[in-house]
Design a binder for this molecule. Structure first.
Ligand code: SF4
Length: 741
């Protein structure tokens, strides 16, 4: 098999950069169109009645974007009472005056013709799409009654609460802990648990920051910043490239980031670990590491030296199919560039069964070149917490929760942080009924039917539950299967709790009043809390009252904050003496050898773990973002849909020829858990042993009239494979066949 794959690797990637950029021109053109789609945005705004109330008739409102989790500062332009344009706030560090295409198209979400308009209660069978319009009072009373019935019969722990990463997360958790359930799900387990767990065990915190301004060498392996846009970091990379910084990208696909990098290495999927272990080997063997830093600030270097003895570049070449000489050269370049160099911890690297080891190897590679808190190296990540101390609202302590968590954290997965959890395990626990049966699911701004792998299983799990409540802006796929659906106000229509970035306080505030009968999350949780007998946990009159309480310790009023959207506290002038770095690990040092892993009986240093390889006639099935969509919630946005309406499967010409497939042909893609029919996109921008699909398509809710049945869902194909140490879902470990339909 190895020979077969080497053969595949031998299918030369002869495509020129110019040729690929030509192939992807449609996508880039689209981004430009989003920026120039002013007239279309105006038409959207105009299509809503004159009864829509804005905070101002003409002018600008400063707020925060929520088209992804990056929360850029925005300025909403209002003309004659309608929002007509969204621009980046130059004073916000995440936007620096620019919004990405998704952010610019935020109006398409607020003015989506498919917005949920009022609360709904299901009348037909689950998934039949039959609901009746009810009042908020009816929907909330009904939900509270069903939740209290379940609590009485089976205990509070038998209701799962899940949400995304958002500004109101603290109030969502308030509802969960006050109700008394330990079962909390976020999407992190589907995203980058292995990255965070590895960094926590190595450095003692979630993710390091990076000094792009002063760096001279960057290595990415599974971070595609030109498509999976994190606005400010993407801008940092653009600037670094313009200054001539060397950028190396490991990716089985010729992504837009690879296209702009100095060097693209089409690594065999799941073997980045071998590349990084061989880099460590080269740097250590040739004494290119920072001896002083290693001896002062790390523990476990001797064990590492032993472990990496056999991880030579020649060995790595057999695994990752990157020539040994290239690995050797990059290791040397990286070490010479240090400490103005970093290997990025990445996100997509989290998608293999050995990704925890890959992330550990990256963390250790950075540690041994001594780039911590050095110009151009790594640094503590700007925290959202910290900064100024905000006011809180008094409330009673939470009830004691004794039940085990259904996702197995920490009793089965002791290294997984509680706040991350393992989302896919919640679904599987509903199906197995172990360690106990769940009966209800309260879902806030999430769409598990699209996000969790193996959709058939998720449908079975939903069918097993007594009660499902979903809060969203649109009738997402999971809402379509719910018993109650609450319509939430969009981020342009509501307040959220305050955000803190780089020591400043930022406000999300309504630009227009909520359309139809939609309501803000702060209102929904409070009203539901009151009906659940938890009134004392929601001691605020309304959203403004909540924010006033947060602002109480600060010398600024809500009215003043509304003007500029942010408050910057006076900066301390005094020069702080340089402090030695502190790491929140058991040893207080960077743990090259992890004391936690050792205690749990795992190999404490990064080591090679072979990930399974596809069989003959199977391909690695890869997924990844595009610039105009978030993973699951933008496909119905008409502005974005126009730019990127569907998701064909990418296949290399050599593989296409082998299977008699031509560009545009209808094909079946089939894995062990499902099969989808889609179109082939034949491109040299992918390795011959891989297929690639953009996620988030193939919606099954008929309430999404734009996105329904457009493209196919990767969740129909992905198997559920969970890394036992970090709880990460190994999405890219699914192998698939392809054949003509
Ligand atoms: Fe909005 Fe784009 Fe910023 Fe995300 S990165 S918050 S979508 S502008």
């Amino acid at each position: 098999m190895a020979n077969k794959e080497q053969e595949n690797a031998g299918m030369e990637f002869t495509m020129s950069r110019r040729k690929f950029l030509g192939l992807s021109a449609a996508g880039l053109g689209g981004v430009v169109a989003a920026g120039a789609g002013f007239e279309k945005l105006q038409a959207y705004a105009a299509s809503y009645g004159s009864d829509v109330k804005t905070t101002i008739q003409n002018g600008e409102v400063h707020s925060l974007c929520e088209m992804c989790v990056w929360r850029c500062g925005l300025i909403a332009k209002v003309r004659e009472g309608k929002i007509v344009k969204l621009e980046g706030n130059p004073h916000h560090p995440h936007s620096r005056g620019k919004l990405c295409p998704r952010g610019q198209a935020g109006l398409g979400q607020t003015y989506d013709p498919d917005r949920l308009k009022w609360p709904l209660i299901r009348t037909g069978k689950r998934g039949e799409g039959k609901f009746k319009k009810v009042t908020w009072g009816e929907a909330l009373d009904y939900t509270a009654q069903r939740m209290l019935d379940i609590k009485k019969r089976y205990g509070a722990h038998s209701i799962i609460f899940s949400t995304t990463h958002n500004l109101i997360q603290q109030q969502f958790e308030n509802l969960l802990w006050a109700f008394g359930s330990p079962n909390y799900g976020t999407q992190r387990g589907l995203c980058f648990n292995s990255m965070i767990t590895a960094n926590k065990l190595t450095y003692g915190f979630d993710e390091p920051g990076r000094d792009y301004k002063n760096t001279s060498y960057i290595i990415y392996a599974g971070r595609n910043l030109f498509e999976a846009i994190s606005n400010s970091e993407t801008q940092d990379l653009v600037e670094a490239l313009s200054k001539g910084v060397k950028v190396v990208v490991l990716d089985p696909r010729f992504s837009k980031t690879a296209a702009r990098a100095t060097e693209w290495l089409p690594v065999r999927p799941g073997t980045d670990l071998a590349f990084f272990l061989a880099m460590i080997h080269e740097i250590v063997r040739n004494d290119l590491y920072d001896k002083e830093f290693v001896s002062k600030y790390t523990v476990g270097f001797e064990e590492l030296e032993q472990e990496i003895r056999d991880y030579t570049p020649e060995w790595a070449e057999r695994q990752c199919e990157i020539p040994a000489e290239t690995i050797r050269r990059i290791a040397r370049e990286f070490a010479i560039a240090s400490p103005r160099a970093f290997a990025h911890p990445n996100w997509r690297t989290s998608n293999f069964i050995n990704s925890f080891q890959t992330e550990r190897a990256i963390a250790v590679l950075n540690a041994i070149i001594g780039n911590w808190e050095k110009t151009g190296g790594q640094c503590p990540l700007e925290g959202e917490e910290g900064g100024v101390e905000l006011g809180t609202i008094p409330q009673p302590p939470y009830p004691r929760i004794r039940a085990l968590r259904l996702d197995g954290v920490p009793w089965k997965y002791p290294t997984v942080p509680l706040k991350l959890g393992i989302f896919q395990n919640l679904r599987d626990a509903i199906l197995s009924g172990k360690p106990y049966q769940a009966h209800g699911w309260f879902i806030y701004r999430q769409n598990p039917l699209s996000s969790i792998s193996d959709r058939r299983k998720t449908l079975q799990a939903l069918a097993k539950l007594d009660f499902i409540a979903v809060t969203d802006i649109l009738m997402n796929d999971t809402a379509y299967y719910a018993d109650v659906v609450f319509p939430e106000a969009t981020y342009l229509e509501r307040y959220d709790p305050l955000a803190q970035v780089e020591g400043s306080v930022y406000l999300r505030q309504p630009v227009i009043e909520p359309l139809f009968e939609s309501k803000p999350g702060l209102w929904i949780f409070k009203e539901l809390g009151i009906r659940l007998g938890l009134k004392d946990y929601f001691n605020y009159a309304d959203e403004e009252d909540y924010i006033r309480a947060q602002l109480k310790p600060l010398p600024i009023t809500l009215e003043e904050l509304k003007e500029t959207g942010h408050y910057r506290p006076p900066q301390e002038e005094e020069e702080k003496a340089e402090q030695p770095p502190v790491f929140q690990t058991a040893s207080g040092k960077i743990e090259i050898s992890s004391s936690v892993l050792e205690k749990l009986g795992h190999n404490p240093v990064p080591h090679w773990e072979e990930a399974p390889r596809p069989e003959e006639n199977q391909f690695y099935l890869l997924t990844g973002k595009v610039a105009v969509h978030t993973q699951f919630s933008t496909q119905n946005n008409q502005l974005l849909h126009d730019l990127f309406p569907t998701n064909p499967v990418w296949i290399h010409p050599l593989a296409a020829e082998k299977y008699g497939i031509e560009d545009g042909d209808e094909v079946f893609v089939e894995s062990r858990v499902g099969r989808v029919k889609t179109h082939a996109m034949v491109t040299e921008g992918i390795r011959p042993d891989c297929l690639f699909m953009v996620p988030g398509f193939g919606h099954i809710s008929k309430g999404l009239r734009t996105a329904f049945n457009q493209g196919v869902s990767d969740s129909d194909l992905h198997e559920t494979i969970t890394d036992p140490i970090s709880g990460s879902q190994a999405l890219s470990q699914t192998f698939a066949k392809i054949y003509k339909a």
